[in-house]
Design a protein around this ligand. Structure first.
Ligand SMILES: [Zn+2]
Length: 69
C-alpha cells in the first residue's frame, strides 16, 4: 500500500494503488495530479544489450522494383 500525500502540504490524502489520480487536498485545496511511476511497458533509461559489436548484415535486394502492369 502506498501513501498518497499532498504535494503542497504533505497531508495524507489516501492510501492504496493507483494508475492515475486527481485529488484535491482538503487542507490546502491544492489539486494533486498523480501518476503511477513505474509502468511495466515503459522503462526509460533501460540498458540495451547485444548491440554495437561491429557486426553488420547487408542484404542486397535483387529485383526489388516491381513493374505493375
Ligand atoms: Zn495540501
Amino acid at each position: 500500500m502506498n501513501d498518497i500525500r499532498c504535494g503542497q502540504c504533505g497531508r495524507k490524502l489516501a492510501s492504496g494503488r493507483y494508475l492515475e489520480l486527481l485529488i484535491k487536498c482538503p487542507r490546502c485545496r491544492a489539486m494533486n495530479h498523480l501518476k503511477a511511476e513505474s509502468l511495466p511497458s515503459e522503462r526509460p533509461g533501460a540498458p540495451r544489450q547485444g548491440e554495437g559489436d561491429g557486426l553488420q548484415s547487408y542484404h542486397p535486394v535483387a529485383g526489388w522494383q516491381a513493374t505493375p502492369g
